[in-house]
Ligand binder design. Structure first.
Ligand SMILES: [Zn+2]
Length: 397
C-alpha cells in the first residue's frame, strides 16, 4: 500500500485514549520517534518509525493533533480598542454596555456592514487561526440580536463553512434581550434554523445583565424539540442557574464558569458536561479567572477555547495555552489535552477529531520546537511549521 503522507516526529503527541479527566489530563500518550501515516484524509497508522511507501514524507520535531477552538464570536465587524482603554482605566463590562458600548456597538457596526465586508475580515481571521495551528473552529452568531439579523449571520457563517479549509461548527447564540417581545421572536427562528441546517448548537448567554434562567429555559426547550445541540455561556459574572440547566438538559458544554456553585459543578461532573474555560477573556477583561485546578481535581471534563470577540482580541490557541498556564495554573500537558481531545468532546466530534489515532481525520500540526512543553512555556511566538487538514498540507511556514 502507498500512503498519501507520512510524518516522522521526534515527539509524536497522540492524545490517544479518549477524553481526559483528572490526572489523565496530563497523559498525552507520546511516542518518541513516532510515525503517523495518512491515506484518504484519515490516519491509517500510528506507531514506531518504519519504512513504508508514501507519496510524501515530513520529518519534524513535534507533531500533535491540530487545535480545536470550541468557542468563538469570530463573525463581526468593527473593533473596540477604545473600550479596552476604558477597561484599563477601571470601567466594568456592564458599565460600558450601559453606555451603548460593548456588544451593542458591535451589533450596530455588524448590521451596517455589507456581507462582502464581513466575509472579508472573517476570512482573514480564519487564515490567522490556521497559521497558528487551529483547524476546527466553532463560530457563534449573536451580533444580530434581531432574529432576521441572526439568520443573516448564520448564513454568512455557513458560507465560510462551505468555502474554508477549516472545519467550522456554526452556533445560534441568544446574546442579549432587546425588548419584551424579543424572546418570542427569537424562538420563532429556531425551527427555521434546524430545518435549514444552519446551526449545530443553540447557545444562550445566561448571566447577569443578559438572559435569565427562565429565558434560557424557554430557548433550550424549543431548541431541544428541533434536535439542536445545546451550549450555555454561564457564570462569567455570576452563576444564575447553571446547575438547573445542566440537570434539565443534556448540554454539550457550559462555557466561562468563572463563577460556578458547588451544586452546579457536581451536576456537570455527574452528567459528563464539558466545562469550556476561556482564560483569554478574563485576561483581557482583567477579571477573576476560572478555578481550573479545582474543576480538574474534582473530575470535570475541561476544555480551553479562545472566545475571540471584539472584547478580547486573542484568537490563537498557543496564546490561550500560554495564558492558561500562567493564570489558571494548568500545566502545558493539561492545556494541550484541553485544546484538542476535550475541545472535540465539547463539540461532539471526538470520534473524528482531537487525537492522532487510526480512523480519525488527519488534522495534524507540526511545531518547530524541541518538545511540546515549549507551547505554553513561551508567549507570543508562533511555533507552527506545517498544518495538515484532512490529510492535505494546507500551510507551511
Ligand atoms: Zn462567548
Amino acid at each position: 500500500m502507498e500512503y498519501d503522507l507520512v510524518i516522522k516526529a521526534k515527539q509524536l503527541v497522540t492524545l490517544r485514549g479518549g477524553v481526559r479527566v483528572k490526572e489523565k489530563m496530563k497523559e498525552l500518550n507520546i511516542i518518541e520517534d513516532g510515525m503517523v501515516a495518512i491515506k484518504d484524509k484519515r490516519i491509517s497508522y500510528v506507531g514506531e518509525k518504519k519504512t513504508v511507501n508514501s507519496k510524501e514524507e515530513i520529518s519534524t520535531g513535534v507533531a500533535m493533533p491540530s487545535f480545536i477552538d470550541a468557542h468563538t464570536h469570530l463573525l463581526f465587524y468593527g473593533s473596540r480598542e477604545d473600550e479596552f482603554e476604558m477597561r484599563i482605566e477601571g470601567l466594568s463590562y456592564n458599565e460600558i454596555l450601559k453606555k451603548g458600548g460593548g456588544i451593542w456597538r458591535t451589533v450596530d457596526e455588524t448590521k451596517k456592514a455589507g456581507d462582502a465586508e464581513i466575509l472579508k475580515v472573517a476570512k482573514e481571521r480564519l487564515c490567522y487561526l490556521l497559521e497558528h495551528g487551529t483547524t476546527v473552529v466553532e463560530i457563534k452568531s449573536g451580533y444580530g440580536i434581531d432574529p432576521k439579523e441572526e439568520i443573516r449571520e448564520l448564513r454568512l457563517i455557513n458560507e465560510l463553512k462551505n468555502n474554508s479549509e477549516l472545519t467550522i461548527v456554526p452556533t445560534l447564540l441568544a446574546h442579549l434581550k432587546k425588548d419584551k417581545k424579543w424572546l418570542k421572536d427569537f424562538i420563532e427562528i429556531i425551527p427555521f434554523v434546524a430545518y435549514n441546517n444552519l446551526a449545530k448548537f443553540v447557545d444562550s448567554f445566561c448571566d447577569l445583565g443578559a438572559l435569565s434562567y427562565e429565558d434560557t429555559d424557554v430557548i433550550f426547550a424549543e431548541a431541544k424539540k428541533y434536535g439542536l445541540g445545546l451550549k450555555a455561556h454561564v457564570g462569567e459574572l455570576e452563576d444564575i442557574g447553571c446547575g438547573k440547566l445542566v440537570e434539565k438538559y443534556d448540554l454539550a458544554s457550559i462555557d466561562h464558569i468563572v463563577y460556578l456553585d458547588e451544586k452546579s459543578l457536581e451536576q456537570a461532573i455527574k452528567k459528563g458536561t464539558c466545562g469550556v474555560l476561556l482564560p483569554a477573556t478574563t485576561f483581557s477583561l482583567m477579571q477573576n479567572h476560572a478555578n481550573a485546578k479545582k474543576y480538574i481535581e474534582k473530575g470535570l471534563i475541561v476544555a480551553l477555547a479562545s472566545d475571540f470577540s471584539p472584547a478580547s482580541w486573542i484568537s490563537d490557541m498557543q496564546s490561550v495555552i500560554s495564558i492558561a498556564c500562567r493564570e489558571l495554573k494548568m500545566t502545558q500537558a493539561e492545556c494541550i489535552a484541553a485544546s484538542t481531545i476535550n475541545a472535540a468532546y465539547s463539540l461532539g466530534i471526538h470520534n473524528d477529531y482531537g487525537s492522532i489515532e487510526e480512523g480519525k481525520f488527519a488534522d495534524i500540526t507540526t511545531f518547530d520546537v524541541p518538545n511540546y512543553k515549549w507551547i505554553g512555556y513561551t508567549l507570543g511566538y508562533n511555533h507552527v511549521e506545517i498544518v495538515i487538514k484532512h490529510g492535505k498540507k494546507v500551510l507551511e511556514r
